[in-house]
Design a protein around this ligand. Structure first.
Ligand SMILES: CC(C)(COP(=O)(O)OP(=O)(O)OC[C@H]1O[C@@H](n2cnc3c(N)ncnc32)[C@H](O)[C@@H]1OP(=O)(O)O)[C@@H](O)C(=O)NCCC(=O)NCCS
Length: 247
């Protein structure tokens, strides 16, 4: 079953027939549809996609579409589409114009990736967009997806594997530790641990080793704070893996 997901700003509810009006209003805007079909959709055209977007087979695996809300305002849909290969799924998103330019597509996509890798247990997640859709490509690259191909018709394909996702989480953890974001660093360590011992343990230990080697001799305090935040997050991740933090 698709769970309701939350991020700092978004509530992502399993998409359902009751969202029909919100979807058809969004699809009636030609600017929203510019790179996805090239023209506004009639209500009938928009709603013809609803059965696929509420497909119970996908739902059983925790996949499908979610409707996103910020303070109860509809801000678009995000999806992880069932693939014939059960180890992967396709990431997608569509936001009404009033929601663009605030980082919401990126934030909702991050929730899809966390859910897909941690809860569904996917081995990779892929996405396709058009060459001209630079905003969408930026959403993908900010979330660690890398470009793997381009078709003659200008469709570009992106992918992130589970291992690459684990590496991305370490980078985010380190960034948060450096930017005085203790709770963010702890949250990234928890996301890493949720990927499982095999991926998480070597990465947490390698980061802890790197922190142990930082030279704090002439430090005015900034670096030692960063090291402390990093160590706190690593300790949290190790505890979640059932490791004794000092080991
Ligand atoms: C594409 C779309 C999802 C982006 O949503 P958004 O909430 O504005 O995205 P975000 O704010 O999370 O991130 C967009 C990023 O792209 C960048 N961007 C946006 N338009 C751009 C452009 N024309 N050229 C280069 N970069 C662009 C933004 O600056 C931002 O990057 P930054 O954070 O580094 O500054 C949204 O415009 C949309 O839903 N469009 C219609 C449907 C669609 O195209 N869906 C994708 C189909 S594959």
């Amino acid at each position: 079953m698709r769970p309701t997901l939350s991020t700092d700003r978004l509530r992502l509810e399993p998409l359902a027939p009751e969202h029909a009006d919100l979807l058809s209003r969004m699809d009636a805007d030609p600017e929203v549809m510019r790179h996805v079909g090239g023209r506004a959709l009639s209500r009938e055209e928009s709603l013809s996609a609803l059965p696929r977007r509420t497909d119970p087979t996908a739902d059983e695996r925790g996949l499908g579409w979610w409707a996103g809300f910020q303070d109860d305002a509809f801000v678009g849909w995000w999806c992880l589409v069932l693939d014939e290969d059960p180890s992967t799924a396709e990431l997608g998103y569509r936001l009404p114009r009033c929601a663009w330019g605030r980082g919401l597509a990126t934030e909702g996509s991050r929730a899809m990736l966390d859910h897909g890798f941690e809860t569904v247990g996917l081995g990779s997640i892929w996405a396709e967009t058009r060459d001209a859709n630079l905003g969408s490509q930026r959403v993908l690259t900010k979330n660690a997806l890398r470009r793997v191909s381009r078709s003659d018709s200008g469709v570009v394909r992106y992918v992130v594997t589970r291992t690459e996702w684990a590496d991305f989480l370490v980078l985010e953890l380190r960034k948060d530790a450096g930017w005085e974001n203790s709770s963010g660093a702890i949250a990234e360590a928890a996301h890493l641990a949720a990927l499982g011992r095999e991926l998480a343990l070597p990465r947490l230990l390698a980061y802890r080793d790197a922190l142990d080697q930082v030279d704090l001799t002439d430090d005015a305090g900034d670096v030692s704070d960063e090291v402390w935040r990093g160590r706190t997050a690593v300790r949290h991740g190790l505890q979640l893996l059932g490791e004794h933090p000092a080991s």
